[in-house]
Design a protein around this ligand. Structure first.
Ligand code: GDP
Length: 178
């Protein structure tokens, strides 16, 4: 049957976190609109986009994905950003070691503000820049295993694994809720 925009079985809020410049906004625009922007837009204020996904059992899930829109620069992510979130994509840049080293800090912040049973996917973005890589796949896998996170490497530029990252989080949450 055809369904209207508001006819879904489950609404889930998913937040994007991680250092500035790692590609959060571009992962979101790649997933929701299949777009990529070479120039970064330092918009201030929270923005979100939605995307509907059909689960294996036919359930229609509406994902509301929130982007920090630059707040992380000022360490000013507020409670409201995390409120009600059931999933998170914690993004780092595989070409900037520093952004990988921030993961522990982001996890502490998540544990302070978010619910303990939130589904968290660690995302190593910018795999298209292979020659500039500063973080190995193994490094990402190790920390994900230690911290109990899902893990994928992505490229918002060429699109690889972006849909998989969001879909896996949504599928995991759907499996818990249903
Ligand atoms: P945010 O601050 O985390 O939201 O990062 P943006 O999405 O604004 O991206 C920061 C910069 O990295 C921009 O210049 C993007 O074009 C670039 N960028 C984002 N994702 C990728 C990617 O997968 N590959 C490459 N090569 N550049 C990317």
């Amino acid at each position: 049957r055809s369904r209207s925009d508001d006819d879904y079985d489950l609404l889930m809020k998913v937040v994007l976190i991680g250092d500035s410049g790692v590609g959060k906004t571009n992962c979101l625009s790649r997933f929701c609109r299949n777009e990529f922007q070479t120039n970064s837009k330092p918009t201030i204020g929270v923005e979100f986009a939605t995307k509907q996904l059909t689960m294996g059992n036919g359930d229609l899930v509406k994902c509301q994905i929130w982007d920090t829109a630059g707040q992380e620069r000022y360490r000013a992510i507020t409670n409201a950003y995390y409120r009600g979130a059931v999933g998170a994509l914690l993004v780092y840049d595989v070409t900037r070691r520093k952004t990988f080293e921030s993961i522990e800090r982001w996890l502490r912040e998540l544990r302070e503000h978010a619910s303990a049973d939130m589904v968290v996917m660690l995302v190593g973005n910018k795999t298209d820049l292979e020659t500039q890589r500063e973080v190995s796949v193994q490094d990402g896998q190790d920390i994900a295993k230690r911290e109990g996170l899902l893990f994928l490497e992505t490229s918002a530029l060429d699109g690889s694994n972006v849909e998989e990252a969001f879909t896996r989080v949504a599928t995991e949450i759907h499996g818990i809720v249903r």
